[in-house]
Design a protein around this ligand. Structure first.
Ligand code: MN
Length: 735
């Protein structure tokens, strides 16, 4: 590259940086500017000489991300600085400690969160997707991590053209699956829409291009119609002293595509309905009455459809959305959807809570206030009862709070039950790791085995060869795996000691001139009140049953013997060694372990028990391939979104999965009651829950882990008794 190019590039970098500063809030302080400048300088140095796939200097990317953070999301200086630095720790030699030294602990924390999420994205997303989404919602101490990550993703999507096709596909599906819904939840509508459109562009390029083309072809006619519609309204609003701007509101490409697909209609039919947005200037105190005034003026001209009136001003949506919606009959008999809102409401709708907060605080958007709206969002994400409308959806999220998400030192994600200790973590990784666990480092700090983990912790297990499971460990593990492993290893230890004890006893009995026979052992058990010989041998081996006690037995033996003779006593039954063969005869798919129809692929001909995955084909349903199939890597990388996790299970296994379809009359608290009945009264584990509510009818699919048919029947019986539930049926497939 020649000198001149570099000079030009440096100028361009400065230009973009200045544009970034202009996007910041007007009340930004000198101190804030200093922080942003410092972050910018470091980012420039750190990414020096690195280029993106497109050939651009790398620094363009963090600047663009910071720009989105400042302008589209409306965050303050700390977030802008973090956006500038977001790839520094991950991609260069700078460390988190450097960030703390050069900036402050908060910046370190946010960048740490961003780096962790990146690490996660490296994994096969189709399998990790659900975990990923859950984690995003629970990991971050600071919601800014998520907001900056969204900005990062948006810019990556905007510049996805230079990536390889299979990467476009993977990143595109991730975006549609995870990031767009997340943006939606946070009320970032314009970002959500852009993410969806770009996601579609790279996952289904033909459909995308088709819709874009049709949009262009019909544009002129649409603009003309909207003009005809709005002209009389504009005049009336003006003569009534209302300042406004009217936008024809094009539907997003993604939403058109969704409609075409879900309703089986043509492009023309989707576009038959027009939509306009009227944005008025209004003082805070007059907003509501001004909006209704506009409504009244419009409906003087056009007849409204009373069924389509939505007043989100009197009762805003849970994510802060405010607007007045109506549908009126426009010229030439076409329905037109009209959204009426003030400038402030419009900004809230586009930017989400950031804008909301800004207006509440009359233009003050210091990071301190940000802290508060961050908490608001957190509450929104955590509190299921923010708004009855969103209750069901919120509830689903709330279920996740029964789990925590923690990281291994390599950045792998593990899911553990809430309340899990570091010891649970160690056993979760590997039983040997658990058995020899001495302690753990959580986020670099040494903690005892009983230390309880929280979401986002990074855990390193410290082991010692001499460590052995202790009985006390059972007090601070909660996962079934850890409990079972500890118990069985305690049992093993007991057996070893008992084995030794047996030999010791044999010698001692010989000394006391007694034979080591079954009858003598049985007498000993009865005399010392042991349940079985194992306990007896164990106590001999561990020195609890001493020599003097044995001598005492011999002294009393004869009288004791007479007594015993008159009694019938049970021989201790040798426990049958149950060595059950592991049998795999059923294949289940996905995180909910569903039984689905599948066929065996011809390329690797798997057999039951093989490590396999499912691949959704277009014509032949799910095919299973072995993980070591020659085609596996290609399928997994090019079509990650079609991969289904698959697992062989033993259908005779005690615990199996049952799918229940519950229907009834919806009422507040019903979902909660159903889960209460299942988890508290019946002690049944819920594996997944999927509930929809339409016009007061509640329809839920719940996957429960159950032991046998009998307990399933009692679950169904109990659920049926709950008020409002009309039917509970067992289903065999969720689709
Ligand atoms: Mn990035």
């Amino acid at each position: 590259m020649s000198e001149i190019d570099i000079e030009l590039e440096n100028k361009e970098i400065v230009k973009r940086y200045k544009a970034l500063l202009r996007s910041c809030n007007s009340d930004i302080t000198r101190e804030d500017k200093g922080l942003i400048r410092k972050a910018f300088n470091l980012a420039v140095i750190a990414h020096q000489d690195v280029r993106r796939k497109s050939g651009e200097p790398y620094i363009f990317h963090p600047i663009a991300v910071a720009q989105i953070v400042a302008k589209d999301i409306g965050l303050g200086a700390t977030s802008i600085a973090c956006a500038l630095l977001h790839d520094v720790v991950e991609d260069t030699d700078y460390t988190l400690d450097d960030m703390e030294k050069m900036f402050n602990p908060k910046i370190r924390q946010i960048i740490d969160g961003l780096t962790k999420i990146s690490g996660l994205a490296e994994q096969d997303i189709s399998i990790q997707a659900e975990n990923f989404r859950k984690m995003l919602l629970t990991l971050s101490d600071d919601i800014r991590v998520i907001l900056i990550k969204l900005a990062d993703r948006l810019h990556n999507m905007q510049t996805l053209d230079s990536m390889a096709r299979h990467k476009q596909q993977k990143i595109g599906s991730e975006t549609l699956y995870i990031y767009a819904p997340l943006a939606h939840r946070l009320g970032l509508y314009s970002i959500k829409t852009e993410l969806e459109d770009l996601g579609l562009k790279y996952t289904e390029p033909e459909i995308y291009r088709d819709i874009v083309q049709q949009l262009n072809e019909t544009k002129k006619a649409r603009v003309q119609y909207i003009q005809r519609f709005t002209k009389p309204i504009k005049e009336r609003l003006k003569s009534n002293g209302l300042k406004c701007s009217i936008k024809g509101r094009p539907k997003s490409i993604f939403s058109i595509c969704k409609k075409i697909k879900s309703q089986g209609v043509s492009f023309d039919e989707v576009y038959d309905k027009f939509a306009v947005r009227i944005i008025i200037e209004s003082e805070i105190g007059n907003e509501k009455s001004d909006c209704w005034k506009v409504y009244s003026l419009i409906t003087d001209n056009y007849r409204p459809n009373p069924d389509r009136l939505r007043d989100w001003i009197s009762t805003p949506k849970a994510n802060g959305y405010e607007s007045l919606h109506t549908t009126v009959m426009g010229p030439i008999g076409k329905w037109v959807e009209v959204q009426i809102r003030t400038k402030r409401m419009d900004e809230v709708a586009e930017k989400g809570y950031a804008a909301h907060w800004k207006y509440k605080q009359k233009g003050v958007t210091k990071e301190g206030n940000l802290e508060e709206w961050v908490n608001q969002i957190r509450e929104l994400l955590e509190n299921p009862e923010t708004n009855a409308v969103d209750f069901l959806e919120e509830f689903k999220l709330n279920l996740f709070s029964k789990e925590i998400f923690v990281f291994t030192p390599n950045g792998d994600l593990r899911t553990l039950p809430k309340g899990a200790s570091v010891l649970d973590f160690a056993f979760d990784i590997h039983s040997q790791l658990g058995a020899t666990c001495l302690g753990c480092k959580v986020n670099g700090r040494l903690v005892p085995l009983s230390h309880k983990l929280i979401s986002g912790d990074q855990v390193e297990v410290i082991t010692s060869k001499n460590q052995k499971p202790k009985k006390a460990w059972l007090n601070f593990v909660i996962s079934a795996k850890a409990k079972n492993k500890i118990k069985s290893s305690l049992k093993d230890a007991k057996k070893a000691i008992a084995e030794e004890g047996k030999e010791i006893l044999e010698r001692k009995l010989k000394h006391l001139k007694l034979s080591f026979s079954d009858s003598v052992i049985n007498e000993l058990c009865s005399y010392f009140k042991y349940k079985n010989s194992l306990d007896l041998f164990f106590d001999v081996g561990s020195g609890v049953l001493t020599n003097s006690m044995l001598k005492e037995f011999v002294v009393n033996k004869n009288s004791w013997y007479q007594y015993l003779k008159s009694k019938i006593y049970r021989k201790t039954n040798k426990q049958k060694e149950q060595k059950e063969e592991v049998k795999y005869d059923t294949l289940v798919f996905g995180p909910t372990e569903e039984k689905l129809d599948f066929t065996y692929s011809k390329c690797c001909t798997p057999i039951p028990g093989d490590s396999v995955f499912g691949f959704t084909t277009i014509r032949e349903g799910i095919k299973i391939h072995r993980h070591d199939c020659p085609n596996a890597v290609r399928l997994q990388s090019n079509f990650a979104y079609r991969i289904l996790k698959a697992k062989w299970i033993d259908s005779n296994n005690k615990e199996s999965i049952a799918l229940l379809n519950i229907k009834g009359i919806d009422r507040v608290g019903l979902v909660n009651e159903v889960t209460q009945i299942l988890s508290t009264n019946l002690k049944v584990n819920i594996q997944s829950i999927n509930i929809s509510s339409l016009d007061g009818i509640f329809d839920g699919l719940i996957t429960v882990v159950i032991e046998d048919k009998q307990s399933l029947d009692s679950v169904i019986k109990t659920l049926k008794k709950a008020e409002g539930i009309t039917s509970v049926k067992r289903k065999f497939k969720s689709r």
